[in-house]
Design a protein around this ligand. Structure first.
Ligand code: SF4
Length: 495
């Protein structure tokens, strides 16, 4: 077991597919001998140890390089339950060492040109570029800030290549002129409702279009999931396009799990050309949740933070990741998922902070059943001064049965209190399926009532998991505002 990577199981190092020179082979071997036993180094070719509390992030089965996924827990990794969540361990140690702010730097995806290589050569080249004497005197004779600056002048260009230039700062959107009805509604200060519709399992679109027509008068935007639970359905992209044709406003979800960096950029250009104006970046459930045969579980080409960074720069700086200019850059309102109950609220708040810095303008949270516990997370976001930079829509899912309530206890990132399960069990015992459904709606209405009063909450995101009929009922019975400018909203205003 490597000395500085807790709970790490041995994983083979990546191998370069290129023929390397003798000198390079020597450096690769040296890196293996030194960093293998110490950190469990996998030879990613772009070392991030200084930013990750000296724990190798490549121990994460998803290969995430910017923080945990929404299923992170203190106990174990949900993809491989035989080991701890390495990102939980990184945060734990970083907070203990007082290095937590280093976790805010947006780190680049793996450069596969360098995988299987080593980092020493790049460090040496950078020292040569600055001047050996200058670096030596800065590090040996310099003090405090000066020494830190010299150190950074050597290592930052190595871990932040020209094509990435990640940092730990907030990047406000280049324009606050709304590009979608969702953005317009949120910026107007109206409590805004979105909901999710499950994409169909086949090419038949009748039910999908009926559901869109059903919820459209009640919600400002409609999310389409992207192969949720790693299980294939109609793509979010196709559903979003159909929604645009039906006069509704989609939120296109994009899961990093199924994307390469080239695929992401091509897809956003295509989707915005077809009228999609809201995009939600998620890491995506691991293929471990998928039906068999399972897809790749050991690496993602990008994580959600990197997706936000790439997309924001395409929109605001008008270039592709490789630097090519975008003559007409895509326009979209950029969102991300947030997970109030995963890991520790302080760790999650830091993760959300990083997403906002990278480009997230709105959050849609994981399902909330315990408002008080969710408030702890909101307070952590407030301490980080994040609340005035992002719109937050709280996720709710009405429980349809007692069985569903019990199932929710196993969903990564969802916390359901015992009291809620007990209420569903009691309703089921006394009133059967119909009684349980009614109780599920009552619980949701109680949650909505509470979250509406919270500072920092700007709206609701209803995830009915196939029970789309319940959306109009929740909006109506909770007395939530109808979409801005809709006929129904105008009618209710006049009344
Ligand atoms: S971040 Fe990359 S180079 Fe650094 S220890 Fe991990 S695998 Fe090795």
């Amino acid at each position: 077991m490597p000395i500085s990577t807790p709970g790490r199981r041995w994983q083979p190092a990546y191998k370069s597919f290129k023929k390397e020179s003798l000198g390079k082979k020597f450096l690769i071997g040296f890196e293996q001998v030194v960093k293998g036993p110490l950190f469990g180094c996998r030879q990613c070719g772009n070392c991030l140890l200084q930013e990750t509390a000296f724990i190798c992030p490549m121990a994460c089965p998803k290969g995430l390089r910017n923080g945990p996924c929404g299923g992170s827990t203190p106990e174990r990794c949900y993809v491989d339950t035989s080991r701890p969540c390495i990102w939980y361990k990184i945060h734990e140690r970083a907070f203990k060492m007082g290095r937590e702010e280093k976790l805010l730097e947006v780190l680049p995806p793996v450069d596969w040109e360098k995988v299987g290589g080593e980092t020493w050569g790049d460090v040496g080249a950078q020292i040569k570029k600055i001047g050996v004497k200058k670096v030596f005197s800065g590090l040996v004779l310099g003090k405090g800030e000066g020494r830190h600056e010299t150190w950074e002048s050597v290592f930052k260009p190595v871990r932040q290549p020209e094509w990435w230039q990640g940092d730990d700062r907030y990047h406000a959107p280049a324009s606050v002129e709304p590009v979608s009805a969702l953005e317009r509604s949120l910026r107007s200060g109206r409590f805004t409702v979105a909901c999710e519709i499950q994409p169909p399992l086949s090419m038949a679109t009748k039910k999908l279009l009926e559901n869109i027509a059903l919820v459209k008068p009640f919600v400002t935007a409609i999310n389409f999931t992207d192969n949720a639970s790693s299980t294939p359905r109609m793509s979010s992209w196709a559903c979003s396009s159909l929604a645009v044709q039906a006069g509704a406003e989609p939120v296109m979800q994009i899961a990093a799990r199924d994307r390469t960096r080239a695929g992401l950029q091509g897809e956003i250009v295509g989707a915005t050309a077809l009228g999609v104006r809201n995009v939600l970046c998620v890491t995506g459930d691991s293929a471990v949740l998928a039906p068999q045969p399972r897809g790749r579980m050991d690496i993602n080409d990008m994580d959600s933070v990197q997706m936000l960074w790439i997309l924001r720069r395409m929109r605001d700086e008008a270039h592709y990741l490789d630097g090519r200019e975008l003559k007409t850059p895509p326009k979209f309102f950029l969102g991300a998922a947030a997970s109030p109950y995963a890991s520790d609220p302080r760790f999650q708040a830091l993760r959300e902070n990083k997403k906002v810095n990278a480009g997230a303008q709105f959050f849609q949270t994981n399902i909330v059943y315990d408002v008080e516990r969710m408030e702890v997370w909101l307070n952590e976001l407030a301490k980080r001064n994040v609340l005035d930079k992002v719109f937050i829509l709280i996720g709710v899912t009405p429980l349809k049965s007692a069985k569903m309530a019990h199932y929710m206890t196993q969903v990564p990132g969802v916390f359901i209190p015992e009291s809620v399960i007990a209420r569903m069990d009691a309703a089921d015992a006394s009133g059967g399926a119909a009684g349980a459904q009614e109780e599920g709606v009552t619980i949701t209405l109680e949650i909505v009532e509470k979250v509406r009063k919270l500072q920092g909450v700007h709206g609701l995101h209803i995830m009915p998991v196939g029970w789309e009929d319940v959306v109009p009922r929740i909006v109506t019975e909770a007395g939530l505002p109808l979409p801005l400018g809709s006929d129904a909203a105008a009618g209710s205003k006049k009344a």
